[in-house]
Design a protein around this ligand. Sequence first.
Ligand SMILES: [Zn+2]
Length: 209
Amino acid sequence: MKKIREETVPYNTGWAADLQKGQVLRITATTTVDFVCFRRENLKERFDQARTKVYNMKIFITTGDKLMGRNNQHMMTIIENTNREGTHDLQKGMCSGYRFQLAKQEGKLRAYYHRDYKEDEIPDHGCYENLSRALAAYGIAPEDIPNPFNLNQHMKIDGATGRMEHTTVRAKPGDYVELRAEMNLLVALSACPDMPVGGKPVDIMIYEP
Ligand SMILES: [Zn+2]
C-alpha cells in the first residue's frame, strides 16, 4: 500500500480532506469519532444515517458494510474494523457546546453521563463546532452537515423498548476502522470530547491499496 497522508487530529478539534475513489481512510482511535462524507463533485450529496441503516438492515455496521448517501449511493465501504469490544453508532447526532449546557441546565448530566461534572470539566464546544469549522473552508454551512457515523460510540439499545443508554465501552489502543471511498469524496471528522469517558486525539492515515 502507498501511504499518502498521515496526521493526528488533536482532542476536541475537527479535520477534513479530499479522498479519491479507491483510496482508504484509516481512523485509529479509542475515543468517539464523528465522521461524515460528501460527494466531492456535488457537496449536496452527503452521508445519510437512515439510508445506511436500512441498506445494511442493521443499526450497528462493521466490516463489509456500506455507508450510503441520501440518494442511496454507495459512498464508502468498511473494509476493516478491529474494534471487537464495542459497536459504532448510527443513532446519535453531534455533541455541541449548547448540548452540554442544555444538559447542565436541565440537570441531566448525571443521567446522560453517569457522574457529576465540575463547571470546568464541561466542554464549551463539541463535534458540531469542530465539524462546522473544518467544513467552512469548503463552503458547507453547519446546517448542511449530516448526522454522523459515530465510530467507537458504543450505545446500549433495548431491542424491545428502543431505550438507549450511553456506555463507557470504547475501542482499545491501536484499534482502527478502514473506510474505502467508492466515489470521490470530501471526508470530515471530529475527535469528540466524548463524555463520559473523556476524549483523546485521533490518528488518521490515507493510503492507496
Ligand atoms: Zn462529540
